[in-house]
Design a protein around this ligand. Sequence first.
Ligand code: AQP
Length: 340
Amino acid sequence: MSTPSFTPRVFSGIQPSGDLHLGNYLGAIKNFVEMQEAREYETVYCMVDLHAITTWQDPADLRRNTRELCASFIASGIDPEKSILINQSQVPEHAQLGWVFNCVARMGWMGRMTQWKDKAGKNAENASLGLFAYPSLMAADILVYHATHVPVGDDQKQHLELTRDIATKFNHDFGVPFFPIIEPVIKGAATRVMSLRDGSKKMSKSDPSDASRINMTDDADAIARKIRKAKTDPDPLPDNMAGLAERPDARNLVNIYAALADMDPQAVLDQHAGSLFGHFKLALADVAVEKLAPIAGEMARLMDDPGEIDRILGRGAERAREITVPILEQAYDIMGMIRS
Ligand code: AQP
């Protein structure tokens, strides 16, 4: 099979399941903006509402969270003219190709996903079938655009491997190099932002403690308070990263500082070696407030006009379908489905 060349295209998405946090911003949204501005790719960014409903979502909350996620994308610098900005359920080809991939992917592949094991836990019998099939819909989200690059946080690495496996199996089964084998883009100083209360746990919207994360809607006071209360240790900052190897809480704060200030973590230590955390946290709070408070303010302004957000998403869906309809049609044709 000779490999065709694909248009360099970026796709990534975030679930509108509420409490968008600093991990989502540094692990994903900040890179989305950088890739948009690099102008090396077409960029498509998505609110994945069909993924959100793999666990229970109150309808009013889902509607509000989807608009709020859209507002956070725009407030962070995603320009709906430069990028295609969509809500997943408004582009039906995602779910259609998702079904095809349910028939390509194997049960064993899905059962090995650590996110499935973590989220279903001991109660797998009661988890939704959608939660189990989540990675196959994620593969469809990406491949229905023939996307080539996918910026995500470190926790999504395994799902992207599975996307590559699904594309490879489809191409092999039908003897056509139809789907690209995607490249994950996991970059920055904070590909895995950890909880402010426990440096061994990922910062996550499902953590019951609000103090464990900085939410993108937090105001300057809340940001500074949460950083002040973040778990640390009594030792001063070392002068190199090796000195943080056994200090996950301290390392997390240094990485967050570096990612927010667009610095290398070592450069942060060059500036702050010898400081105690009382002092370093003040500096970190300044950087965090400077970066995040304007985004929260702009999100609030955009949320005052939900009609405008809906218009942006409607226009995004139209532009997206110019890409997704022909790709799905070709996939169906390759599989022998009658197109007339
Ligand atoms: N802590 C994190 N550090 C770096 N990146 C992160 N991402 C999420 N948490 C971190 C990245 O954000 C993007 C959106 O992911 P999602 O919509 O699948 O949400 P999620 O990963 O389910 O987010 P949470 O907060 O972790 O939700 P729960 O608590 O439900 O599991 C992805 O690119 C992800 O890597």
